[in-house]
Design a protein around this ligand. Structure first.
Ligand code: SF4
Ligand code: SF4
Length: 84
């Protein structure tokens, strides 16, 4: 009987922490965040903060979806989605 080699694929699903309200959704990939605080310092309305060296959403209702955090994160760890 011939042996058939089976290919095993491992799917990696990144853990995403999402916080949202009716206007905006902020998604953070904790594994990518190196805690540099760039986004925290850039956010003009103080939506973000740090907790245990990782970025956290502190007050989503203040988010204006300006995208500064997403655009300036060097590690692609934060994403902002503006809702209609
Ligand atoms: S800029 Fe990116 S890597 Fe730096 S704290 Fe914010 S989410 Fe994390
Ligand atoms: S999109 Fe703008 S207002 Fe919202 S968390 Fe990012 S930097 Fe702050």
């Amino acid at each position: 009987m011939a042996m058939v080699a089976k290919e095993t694929t491992v799917e990696k699903v990144e853990k995403i922490e999402a916080t949202e309200n009716e206007k905006v959704k902020i998604s953070i990939i904790p594994r990518f965040c190196k805690g540099c605080e760039i986004c925290v310092k850039l956010c003009p309305t103080k939506v973000l903060g740090m907790e245990m060296f990782l970025v956290k959403v502190i007050d989503i209702d203040k988010c204006t979806a300006c995208m500064a955090c997403e655009l300036r994160c060097p590690d692609f760890a934060i994403f902002v989605e503006k809702k209609k």
